[in-house]
Ligand binder design. Structure first.
Ligand SMILES: *[C@@H]1O[C@H](CO)[C@@H](O)[C@H](O)[C@H]1NC(C)=O
Ligand SMILES: *[C@@H]1O[C@H](CO)[C@@H](O)[C@H](O)[C@H]1NC(C)=O
Ligand SMILES: *[C@@H]1O[C@H](CO)[C@@H](O)[C@H](O)[C@H]1NC(C)=O
Ligand SMILES: *[C@@H]1O[C@H](CO)[C@@H](O)[C@H](O)[C@H]1NC(C)=O
Ligand SMILES: *[C@@H]1O[C@H](CO)[C@@H](O)[C@H](O)[C@H]1NC(C)=O
Length: 487
């Protein structure tokens, strides 16, 4: 049993040469990782190690000194001896920082008070990962390559993060949302990471919008501001904005104001933006169009009469027309009426609607009328118009006149019959001493078939009648006669 242990003791320390010595290799570590400084030591057979120690070489007040690791201020468990008291003198340094990049010495002590210090130091280099985005500024759709460089010669597996979120593939086609800050980290030791680098993804303007303040429906005379906005990278400059109305350029710049808006400003507005990145080959991007509607109360109100001359008993339509935006919705008609009590006059509502139909006009309806037009933004009165109703017209008067003439003709006919009868009687009583022939004057008058329609004509007829009485002329077409007897 004891001999077998002895055999094992002789076999295991195969590296031992029996000479004093410490062997290790220089190390390169990424900041934040933990590193193992591998170390072996050797000493003559028969000696027993009684103590081990690691030192760091520090520059203190102008000179170099070896300082025991336990005397270096550091986080607990920062330096950890992972070797043993036989042959392994490895040292682990956790969460390596840049100030750990120094020279390290190993020293051990054996029985017989022998002390051995490594002749040369183990050198620790501390580096960091460095991230690159290639290219760092791209246009949407371009290919991007994420590159992570470690300062240490050994291969390191890295992972990528963008704004804290893992990135699946370090080579991709840039989308707008890929813009951000990237860093790489050692796989499994994500505390060890690079500084972050930005990826700038440029894109043509989007979300181009035109807003009208206070509203796209405004009252004439008010102030209006057009504001064009967009999401673009690089941002759109002043000259990248232009405002258009009904196909014409109005102004450049993102903001355009009109202080005294007029109906003529109504129309279709939109803006165009440009930022040197084209979208699908198109450089100028349009906003949606906004229709500006300038509203005003009714103006230019006029009243028209149909028919233009109104006679008693007929009907008339009064039509009110106006220019308004929005179009007038209600029309109210008023008539000025004298109030006998006060001697003044007042307006009374007599109707509504754009057309007011007045049937069976009477002379009393003569008066001043006005129309009031109203839309959502106001009301306006027309001027007062005079509506005159004339009495029964000449047409009905002539009927009366004709009736009178008819009666007169009938009387004349009766008289003519009487006249012929008297003449016949005179022949039979030729020598009668009672004849009064000399005492009687007979006359007849002819009237043209046309019916006279004014007193002037009637006077002319009387003149003709008189001349006929002088000549004693007779005509077949006698239709009119007067008889006068003088004694
Ligand atoms: C657009 O303009 C920006 C800023 O001036 C510049 O950085 C970028 O290279 C330009 N892009 C193109 C495609 O011309
Ligand atoms: C923008 O509007 C103008 C004028 O209407 C038109 O000619 C042009 O094609 C439009 N551009 C886009 C990208 O729609
Ligand atoms: C009102 O009438 C005037 C004169 O005829 C005309 O110049 C003006 O344009 C009209 N206003 C509207 C809003 O139609
Ligand atoms: C007045 O208007 C009514 C209805 O529009 C129509 O029937 C009538 O013929 C019009 N009257 C006159 C005199 O124009
Ligand atoms: C229009 O006329 C009506 C009736 O006379 C009157 O009450 C109203 O005040 C007038 N409106 C205007 C704006 O002159």
């Amino acid at each position: 049993m004891e001999s077998s242990i002895l055999i094992i003791l002789f076999i295991i320390p195969g590296v031992w040469s029996g000479n004093w010595g410490v062997t290790f290799t220089d190390q390169c570590a990424l900041k934040g990782t933990s590193v193992l400084i591998k170390c072996e030591y050797d000493y003559p057979t028969g000696l027993i190690v009684t103590g081990v120690a690691w030192y760091q070489r520090l520059r203190i007040s102008g000179g170099f000194r070896l300082v025991h690791l336990s005397n270096i201020p550091s986080a607990p468990d920062h330096f950890r001896y992972v070797g043993d008291k036989w042959s392994d003198c490895s040292l682990r340094i956790n969460d390596v920082q840049s100030f750990d990049a120094r020279e390290y010495y190993f020293q051990f002590q054996t029985t017989f008070n022998k002390i051995w210090m490594s002749r040369r130091p183990a050198l620790l280099t501390v580096t960091e990962l460095t991230a690159f985005v290639e290219p760092s500024t791209v246009t949407e759709g371009d290919r991007v390559n994420l590159i992570c460089v470690s300062g240490c010669p050994s291969h390191v597996d890295v992972v990528w993060f963008k704004d804290g979120q893992p990135v699946s593939n370090p080579i991709f086609q840039a989308r707008r949302e890929d813009a951000g800050r990237y860093y790489c980290a050692v796989q499994g030791q994500e505390k060890s990471r690079s500084a972050s680098v930005a990826l700038n993804v440029q894109y043509a303007p989007r979300k181009v919008s035109l807003s009208v303040s206070p509203s796209s429906e405004v009252l004439k005379g008010s102030a209006v501001t057009f504001t064009c906005s967009s999401d673009a990278n690089p941002i759109v400059t002043h000259n990248g904005y232009s405002l258009h109305k009904d196909g014409h350029l109005i102004s450049s710049g993102a903001i355009h104001s009109i202080s005294d808006i007029q109906p003529s400003h109504s129309g279709l507005f939109w803006c165009q933006v440009w930022n040197n990145i084209s979208r699908g080959g198109v450089d100028l991007i349009n906003s949606t169009a906004v229709h500006l509607d300038v509203q005003y109360p009714p103006v230019n109100i006029s009243v028209s009469m149909d028919p233009p001359h109104v006679t008693e008993g007929s009907s008339v339509n009064l039509t009110c027309s106006s220019s308004a935006n929005p179009a007038a919705q209600t029309y109210t008609w008023f008539r000025r009426t004298a109030s006998p009590s006060s001697g003044s006059s007042s307006m009374f509502q007599v109707g509504s609607g754009q057309v007011m139909s007045l049937p069976y006009m009477h002379v009393n309806h003569t008066g001043l009328y006005l129309c009031q037009a109203r839309n959502t933004v106001g009301e306006t009165n027309s001027t007062e118009v005079l509506l005159t109703i004339s009495a029964k017209n000449h047409g009905s008067q002539s009927v009366l006149f004709l009736a009178g003439v008819g009666v007169f003709l009938f009387v004349a006919l009766v008289l003519m019959v009487f006249f012929f009868w008297r003449k016949k009687t005179n022949y039979t009583e030729k020598n009668s001493p009672t004849s009064h022939e000399d005492d009687v004057t007979y006359s007849t008058v002819t009237i043209k078939p046309r019916i006279p329609d004014d007193p002037q004509h009637m006077n002319n007829n009387r003149a003709m009648r008189d001349s006929a009485s002088r000549t004693g002329e007779y005509e077949d077409t006698v239709i009119y006669a007067t008889v006068a007897k003088s004694r």
